[in-house]
Design a protein around this ligand. Structure first.
Ligand code: KG4
Ligand code: ZN
Length: 336
């Protein structure tokens, strides 16, 4: 089954053709980073406008790269939640138009389900059940993935997402958007123990996360150094900060492993590209002797191949939308 998938939930306009949920025949991404970099973050109105301008060309390119026309496609899928509403609407409406004009089934996909599915592309043997840690710009979730379409959220952030905490800290350190990625690059070779940051926990909910205190700590550190006219050692501060964020994520994941005894851990979302987190997760999974799955770097960030992968399983479970499908800015992964 060939699925043409569209992703437009934030600042990437993406389209892909995916066969049977696992084989990526094409994947095209038009990134808007050069534009948003001017503002230090995503400007929703600009994101929507750029999606409108790029989407038909990106979809056309995805078909061309797969050496297909619409007549070779069996279904159209799109990310419909969660994300920036104006951005999501562009992809949803384009997909609805295609589905109607080409008389193809329309499959709505939850963005975070897509991130988890990025691992199905890279690891063809991977099947639920497993434990997943989804770390993106807007979400930090520990999820008990019971089947391809059955999820139980067992831990989540009570304030900032891990990616958001990375982005804001990076901005304070003078690094360009996207902050997490640029901090990872700038801090290579830095000393992870040079600075001690707090590792906040959430009282009475051991699997939940909190990053706002940590984010404030690094912002205060940088401002204090600036006021004293001292050097901002980006390498060491960045390395120490990433080490602390990764340790917070690993600590909760360790508790979840102990509680749920999964046979595998799956890492997903934009922050899963982080070099420190990838290493710490590897060590954690070796300790507990469970298999660790991580997406290939090219599928960590937003892309449409992951949406096409998840769409296959949504379709198999009977999830097909009609033309009343609407985009939703906030929607839990288990309510989709
Ligand atoms: O999943 P994603 O592409 O978009 C959302 O669904 O939010 O995640 C974007 C987040 C941003 O916060 C970005 O800074 C972060 O992922 N990110 C990274 C790295 N690459 C992207 N954070 C840390 N290290 C990286 N290498
Ligand atoms: Zn994402």
């Amino acid at each position: 089954m060939n699925i043409l998938a569209i992703e437009s939930s934030c600042d990437d306009t993406a389209a892909a053709v995916v066969k049977d949920g696992r084989e990526v025949l094409s994947s095209v991404i038009a990134s808007q980073v050069p534009e948003h970099i001017l503002y230090g973050g995503v400007v929703p109105e600009i994101a929507s406008r750029r999606h409108c301008e790029s989407i038909s060309g990106v979809v056309k390119q995805a078909l061309q790269q797969a050496e297909m026309t619409l007549s070779d496609i069996d279904a159209v899928a799109c990310t419909y939640a969660p994300g920036l509403i104006g951005a999501l609407l562009v992809g949803v409406n384009f997909a609805k138009g295609l589905s109607y004009s080409a008389d193809l089934p329309l499959i709505p996909v939850h963005h975070l389900r897509g991130h988890i599915a990025s691992n199905y592309i890279s690891h063809t043997e991977l099947k639920p059940p497993f434990l997943a840690l989804v770390v993106s710009g807007g979400h930090t979730h520990l999820i008990n993935v019971k089947s391809y379409t059955d999820y139980e959220v067992i831990g989540r952030t009570k304030d900032d997402a891990a990616g958001e905490a990375m982005d804001k800290a990076a901005r304070t350190m003078g690094l360009p958007y996207p902050g997490g990625l640029n901090m990872d690059k700038a801090a290579q070779g830095g000393n992870p123990l040079a600075y001690k940051f707090p590792k906040p926990s959430v009282e009475n909910s051991e699997l939940d996360f909190s990053f706002s205190g940590l984010k404030t700590a690094v912002i205060n550190l940088v401002h204090n150094l600036e006021q004293k006219g001292e050097e901002i050692n980006i390498k060491d501060i960045g390395a120490s900060y990433m080490h602390t964020v990764a340790s917070c994520l690993c600590d909760r994941t360790a508790l979840a492993i102990e509680k749920y005894s999964p046979s595998a851990l799956v890492l997903a979302g934009g922050v899963s590209a982080n070099s420190v987190l990838r290493k710490q997760m590897q060590t954690l999974c070796e300790k507990y002797k469970i298999r660790l799955y991580m997406p290939e770097l090219k599928y960590c960030g937003d892309n449409a191949a992951m949406i096409g992968s998840q769409a296959y399983y949504e379709f198999e479970s009977g999830k097909i939308a009609d033309l009343s499908l609407n985009a939703t800015a906030a929607l839990d992964i288990d309510k989709s």
